[in-house]
Ligand binder design. Structure first.
Ligand code: BES
Ligand code: ZN
Ligand code: ZN
Length: 501
């Protein structure tokens, strides 16, 4: 799909569908909506007065028109209460409206930058949110195209026109469109990687994607194999990989415009390409969802794509430990004692608590980079989903208040919400081991998410935020700019954090 900024009076835009917005609460049609209303002889005002317009956020009322405007269909999309219309409302409205246009068969869809002016967003912010919402709402997983990074994904809409009424705004809107496009590119990559089946989205596939990103954006890339990890004493990561049929990969991807001068922001993503539980095998029901156990890795790679496209001035390093968690005669087992690269020994209680093992070696590796800050994303515990629900918020753990505040702000701005959970040392009591420095699981049914975070903290000596995204990777339905399946959660949060750090 091609996105183009078009400066033209809105009633003269030639498209298969023209999208305008309307607020709730008896608001007058203004701006682009006002012009279309006048061109249609006051039709929108009349429908609004009669209560025939869906004005809640994302409500769509299609009008089929024969005269007045060049487009044969005008879709009026609700933006809700103008006092509360923010970027999230714009993304949702844009996504819902453009998807409806596609259902109606439109190939060329025109839309103004929703929410600028009355909504309180600048023209650039409005354009960015409109494009993000439209692209993400139209997202479709296409296995064949998605396998080749940069492959053309058929959105079902060929052209998205962002209509600007006056010349003064073209530059600001174009800038917003550029950001929206770069962001959508990253989220689409993350969604594709999570949606891909686990026999395709293997550790070597993730590594190939990282190498392609390096070529596209001039990143430095290192792909560590088993021998590489052995040289570095990554006994915890390697233990998980021991029973895997697909070879593990440890991915280091670096964007460094500072040429080594700046301390990096480090993004860590759990990359378990399939989590069977290992010898502590999971139940059969719903196990297919465990292809999403690399959603943290997908978010980090997606964010790197956006960061590369935006040519961010910040130094950013992405770390992805990638392996399957499978079981064969070589698989690691409960009671095994492992040694992580920082020397700590770990008694395995559950081979299903594998995420913290790969993250242990990765967080220890991050230390060598002398990071300014590290944020990890991991589908780490079912307990976090029990605590916060599905699709609501990631659990946020932090050892640094200033960093926590920035990550929280990024979560709020992008509506990729996070919610604070504690990192108290008492949680470590449950991990005391008779034979090692720590157990990898308490074996108890309580406090799963903070106990896992406390385990990770023992490998950290820098400002750090851990996001437990177990409940955020997949969703069951499409709504607004969200589509069924992979959400791409975390890409927009990470990009916001990096660009505001
Ligand atoms: N990948 C799972 C966590 C998960 C659960 C992600 C549900 C998404 C949805 C993780 O590796 C796991 O199995 N965690 C165990 C930890 C336990 C053994 C301490 C869990 O949550 O049960
Ligand atoms: Zn597991
Ligand atoms: Zn897992």
């Amino acid at each position: 799909m091609q996105t183009t900024v078009l400066q033209r009076p809105i009633d003269r835009v030639e498209a298969d569908a023209l999208i305008v917005h309307h607020f709730s609460g008896g608001h007058r049609a203004a701006g682009a909506t006002g012009e279309v209303d006048r061109a249609l002889g006051g039709l929108i005002t009349e429908l609004a007065a009669r209560g025939d317009l869906a004005t809640e956020v994302g409500g769509v009322t299609p009008l089929f028109v024969r005269a007045g405007v060049a487009a044969p269909r005008v879709l009026v999309v609700g933006l809700g209460d103008p006092q509360r219309a923010d970027a999230e409302a714009v993304r949702s409205a844009s996504g819902a409206a453009v998807r409806r246009a596609r259902e109606l068969g439109a190939k060329r869809v025109a839309i103004g930058a929703l929410g600028s002016g009355v909504g309180g967003l600048t023209p650039s912010e409005a354009a960015r949110a409109t494009v993000e919402g439209a692209r993400l709402g139209l997202y479709r997983y296409r296995a064949a195209a998605a396998q080749a990074l940069g492959g053309h994904v058929d959105h079902g809409v060929d052209e998205l026109l962002i209509v600007v009424p006056d010349a003064e705004r073209v530059e600001a809107v174009s800038d917003g469109v550029r950001w929206g496009e770069a962001t959508a590119d990253g989220v689409e990559l993350a969604r594709d990687l999570v949606n891909l089946p686990p026999n395709v989205a293997t550790p070597t596939h993730l590594a190939a994607v990282a190498e392609q990103l390096a070529r596209d954006h001039g990143f430095a890339v290192t792909i560590g194999d088993r021998a590489w990890a052995e040289e570095r004493g990554m006994g915890a990561f390697l233990a998980v990989a021991q029973g895997a049929g697909h070879e593990p990969r440890f991915i280091v991807l670096e964007h460094d415009p500072s040429r080594g001068k700046e301390a990096p922001l480090v993004l860590v993503g759990k990359g378990v390409t399939f989590d069977s539980g290992g010898v502590s095998i999971k139940g059969r029901a719903g196990m297919e969802a465990m292809k999403s156990d690399m959603a943290g890795a997908a978010a980090v790679l997606g964010a790197m794509r956006t960061i590369g496209r935006l040519r961010s001035p910040r130094r950013v390093v992405a770390l992805v430990p990638a392996t399957e968690n499978m079981l064969d005669a070589h698989a690691y087992r409960p009671a095994d004692v492992l040694q992580a690269s920082n020397g700590l020994t770990i008694e395995v209680i559950s081979t299903d608590a594998e995420g913290r093992l790969l993250l242990a070696d990765t967080l220890a590796y991050a230390q060598q980079l002398k990071p300014k800050a590290v944020v990890d994303l991991a589908t780490l515990t079912g307990a976090c989903v029990v605590a916060l629900g599905r699709g609501t918020a990631a659990g946020r753990f932090a050892n640094d208040d200033a960093l926590a505040a920035r990550v929280d702000a990024a979560g709020a701005a992008t509506h990729e919400r996070v919610w604070p959970l504690p990192l108290w040392p008492e949680y470590l009591d449950d991990l005391e081991s008779d034979v090692a420095d720590m157990k990898n699981s308490s074996g108890k049914p309580h406090g799963g998410a903070p106990v896992a975070a406390a385990f990770l903290q023992r490998f950290v000596d820098y400002p750090w935020v851990h996001l437990d995204i177990a409940g955020m990777a997949l969703r069951d339905d499409a709504r607004g700019y969200q589509t069924k399946g992979a959400t791409g959660y975390g890409v927009r949060l990470l990009v916001h954090w990096v660009t505001h750090a």
